[in-house]
Design a protein around this ligand. Sequence first.
Ligand SMILES: [Zn+2]
Length: 290
Amino acid sequence: MYVGRFAPTPSGRLHLGSMLALVGSYLRARSCGGRFLLRVEDLDRARCADQNTSLILEEIALLGIRADAEPLIQSRHPERYEEALSALKSAGLTFYCDCTRASLKRAPCRCESRQEQLLSSPQALALRAHLPAVPSGFEDKLLGQVEIGDPYPYLTLRRSDKVISYNLACVFDDIKAQVSEVVRGQDLCYVTPRQIALIRALGGAVPAYVHLPVLLGPDGQKLSKQNHAVPALERGTPAQVLLTTLDLLGQETADLKEDMQPAAILERAASRFDLGRIPRAPLEVERRWL
Ligand SMILES: [Zn+2]
């Protein structure tokens, strides 16, 4: 059974780049006759306002997209990740670490060899995994073999402020939901080999991957919330946003019109969704979407 998902971080509303992942993952699931799930990755409470979660779910509904189950809101079940932490601890794959982003830039982490000293100190520590057998790359259904290079074996599981990391929560929830294929942006390719190693360490089945092209503004800058990309639905109607997204995904749009219902556009697009037509290289978008 095909199970796909869209998993936004509600640090803002959906920009055009998120639309690519949303529409791409939805159409892929529908065209495979599979299930489609929504998950809100809002464990970082400082970055994610509940108001954004409601707005994003409203935007998804306005676009005519329906999931096959209630959305999983990660912040409502923070305890569910303890199971994964215990399993990794029991497997001897975890260590405490007091490195900061700045200190890691100066020198590599040596915390594994000073665990006793670290645990006797009063300061807050991050919990990291030392992953066995991180592959150097992975097979992507759109990109072919993707090589990331020298495998880096460390992955943060829980930050020093006790927030469960994006990688642990994402991997654990994909395993629990039996997600069979992950469709998301190419900006996440770099961490995919480590996520694969983490899935294996947790005894899960590694899903297939489809990494969609990133969007660039006319200045060559990546479209992202960090770069203050505007909410797509502020710049177009749901139908206009869908047509633009389908164009970017290389799909046929000649017979689709802006006055059609979003659900009707999606139904037609799903019936002929073609993974092979999706571009692989970064895509430049018009200024109106920035
Ligand atoms: Zn360290």
